[in-house]
Design a protein around this ligand. Sequence first.
Ligand SMILES: C[S@@+](CC[C@H](N)C(=O)[O-])C[C@H]1O[C@@H](n2cnc3c(N)ncnc32)[C@H](O)[C@@H]1O
Length: 274
Amino acid sequence: MTRTNDRKDGGRRDGKQNGDDGFEQVLNYVRDEMEPHIDGYTRSYLRRRVDSRIRRADCEGYEDYVELLRDDADERRDLMDAFWINVTRFFRNPDVWERLYETLPDEGSLRAASVGCADGSEAYSLAVLCASKGVDVSVTGIDADPRAVEVAREGTYDADIDELETVSFVDDATEYVVEKDDCLEVDREIRRNVDFVQGNAMDVSNLFRGYDLVLCRNLLIYVRADRREPIFEGVTGMLDDGGLLVLGKTESLPSDYRQKYTTVDGRLRIYRKK
Ligand SMILES: C[S@@+](CC[C@H](N)C(=O)[O-])C[C@H]1O[C@@H](n2cnc3c(N)ncnc32)[C@H](O)[C@@H]1O
């Protein structure tokens, strides 16, 4: 079977396979065999990811695609790769990091987590920020995607040093993440303070406790509004009283949780647990 296709119609050649029923079959297969939390994500998001894989795999439609998933472990992996969007970078949204730099204490130690950590850049950015402030930190990076966790543990990135040089408030960031063989490599001292585990944000509350800071950024946007509750419950349970929660800049606390937090910076989505 050819694996590339330029069709822009979502692989929808066959009207019969086109509809919600066919798509439902794909979701059923994914839910039962691959990812039990699939229903937590918005349908439009899932459909875009599945349609894109169908086009690339040159399948006739959803039913054909379910067959392919059953037969082909590579396609199962590629679908999951498409599904977990790992877009991230060091110090993504520098204004948030600058505010964190000002808000975090100047001494002592900190337990922090990056939930939905992708390739680990976010967790390492936090460790660099703390090192630069002279604060001892231990960061746990958590992601549902096992391949992202693997990359994160490596701590080597095909990225440009400019990513770090633009971060003016941490003047020594490039001491902690260094250029090596056209890659960026996180310094061993920083890596020592960061560990990564595969885990689902929808199940974190019982597993992780006692954090001073939880970053949960740019993950909720993919999750259906009515399925975000376990994630908020989870990250709230992870934090000690007085701990900070940072969401993505387009994400916000649902009304049920607003009374549990005070707002440190509403625009930058930084909250403090009461
Ligand atoms: C767009 S990235 C955000 C990375 C980073 N937090 C940032 O803001 O740059 C979203 C990450 O969330 C992960 N993710 C999605 N759903 C998840 C879940 N239920 N539990 C844990 N990680 C999840 C994806 O695998 C992906 O790596």
